[in-house]
Design a binder for this molecule. Structure first.
Ligand SMILES: [Zn+2]
Length: 302
């Protein structure tokens, strides 16, 4: 073997493997998939690879609590085969309409098989409007931010694998391979987060919007929220939160780009703390959660 052959052989093997992995009938159309939020799009793409074309309803910077689908998305939905829902607020209004308009669309609820938690709520002075939330098998007041736990992300990814394989049995092995690779990454992420967060001294953290409940449950932390169910706190709630933050020696308020920072800034001034942005809805799921964990670590260690 001369030098060039030695260099080229592994490259050629790699190229032919890549070609095999990507080889597919050009007439084969990818499964058109819709999801509600970007982290779920990431899971679908990792499991489905080139066999799926996934789109998220709620784009970067938009809030799944107040979102309204565009006419264009409603048209695209008529050509979709699967919708993965998770229970975010806009689904409560729109899923019924989407289902009625698209009888052949398979709507998969990724909450199935997952034990849901209740949302943190400090709105003791306000009565929540619970009317009209009876649709489906779930209490819509339960926490919909499932994806912030890598453990639950793995459960949802397996559900995605099963439904893609059912829809397209010819590529069941590819979906299994996609899932296996994703599951390995999620397990590594979980191990890293578990190890790092085990050593923090403060276990309570303060957020504006309560997105991190499943994350907190997974790593033995406790989320305190300024706002709940999309509502700003009233003066009494706000005073309670400030008192609680002082009592717990909390110095950081986590905010996310989908919500105004005004109230968080008020609380920060009152407690002499600072506001730190972390985004629970970023598409780059694994890197983003690693970054978020670092932010928690820095603020909870001191
Ligand atoms: Zn939310």
């Amino acid at each position: 073997m001369n030098r060039w052959t030695r260099l080229l052989t592994p490259l050629l093997i790699l190229l032919s493997l890549t070609a095999q992995a990507q080889a597919k009938d050009p007439a084969e159309k990818p499964i058109q998939v819709f999801v509600s939020v970007l982290p779920i799009k990431y899971l679908v793409e990792r499991v489905g690879g080139s066999h799926v074309n996934a789109r998220a309803m709620v784009g970067p910077g938009q809030s799944p609590h107040t979102y309204e689908p565009t006419p264009r998305q409603m048209t695209e939905l008529s050509r979709a085969q699967i919708y993965y829902r998770i229970g975010v607020s806009f689904e409560q209004i729109w899923m019924k309409r989407i289902a009625a308009l698209n009888p052949s669309l398979r709507i998969v609820d990724l909450r199935d098989g997952i034990r849901l938690r209740k949302l943190e709520d400090h709105h003791d002075e306000e009565e929540h409007n619970k009317a009209g939330h009876t649709e489906g098998a779930y209490d819509e007041d339960l926490d919909p931010h499932l994806w912030t736990s890598p453990v639950l992300a793995r459960t949802m990814a397996d559900h995605i694998r099963a439904t893609l394989a059912e829809r397209d049995p010819a590529h069941a092995q590819d979906y299994q391979a996609g899932f296996d690779s994703l599951a390995a990454d999620l397990t590594a992420l979980d191990t890293r987060l578990r190890t790092r967060l085990a050593r923090v001294t403060h276990r309570k953290f303060l957020v504006f919007h309560p997105s991190w409940g499943y994350f907190a449950d997974t790593y033995g932390l406790q989320q305190l929220a300024i706002e709940a169910s999309g509502k700003e706190p009233g003066p009494r709630s706000l005073a309670n939160i400030i008192a609680l933050a002082r009592q717990e020696n909390i110095r950081v308020i986590f905010v996310q780009p989908q919500f105004s920072r005004t109230t968080a800034n008020t609380v920060a001034r009152a407690i002499g703390g600072k506001v730190i942005p972390i985004d629970p809805l970023a598409e780059n799921y694994i890197d983003n959660l690693r970054k978020a964990a670092d932010a928690f670590l820095t603020s909870l260690e001191n």
